[in-house]
Structures are given as structure tokens and as C-alpha cells.
Design a protein around this ligand. Sequence first.
Ligand code: FES
Length: 132
Amino acid sequence: MAPPSPTPGAHAPGEARIRLCRTDELLPGQARGFDPAGSGRDTIFALRRGDAVLIYHNHCPHQGVPLEYRKDRFLSADGQRILCYAHGAHFDADTGVCIEGPCRGQSLLALPGGVEHGWLWLNLPPTSPVLR
Ligand code: FES
């Protein structure tokens, strides 16, 4: 899939503002990976929690690997936890804090973004490791 394209708009100078998907393409209880840098892998993922949308770097604090075992598989069966399939870490979906596993107490990196006009946006400075 082609990377989402940066879109001009109201954001901080030098900050990349990237349109990820329509909000109706991210359903409650689901997560979805994105490749904003066009690197060939999903370096971030987003999930919907009620009316809120959360965006995280797809990078486990234990050993720095991607979390999912296959495309868009980031969540536990009940959708309440984010899982790392490498060694079984469980993260609270709302906070990104590891609550079970080898990196207990460490956190996923939450990323800035939000919903506007029916779209999910990612806001990042151009130096962010997520864009490399
Ligand atoms: S790399 Fe994620 S739990 Fe080990």
C-alpha cells in the first residue's frame, strides 16, 4: 500500500501532518497499522476506544521489535489489551503501559494526532524516528 500523503493544513511549523484513514475505517475494538514513512512496514498503529482514537509507535519497549504477528493484529481477543507477540507483553490499550510481561511498567510511545473532518491525522516533527 502506498504511504499516506502529507497534507498541508493547520499545524506547527515544520511538523508533518499526515492523513491516515477515514475514521469509519477504524472501528471500535479494532486496531490498524500504518506506514507513514513508506518504509515497507507499519511503524505506527491506531486503535479506537469509544470516541477516542489512540496512536502508538509500533515498537515494543522490551526489544524494540514490531508488536503484531500479522497485519493489524495488535489487540487481545477482547480488544482490551495491546499485545506484543514476540514475548507476550500485555499493554493497557488506553495508556500504553505494560501491565504484564518482560517490560512491565514501561510504555509504548503515544503519538500526537486526532480526528478532524472525519479523518484520522498524525502530527509529527520531521525528525521523529517514526518517519524514518
Ligand atoms: S519484544 Fe515485545 S515482549 Fe519481548
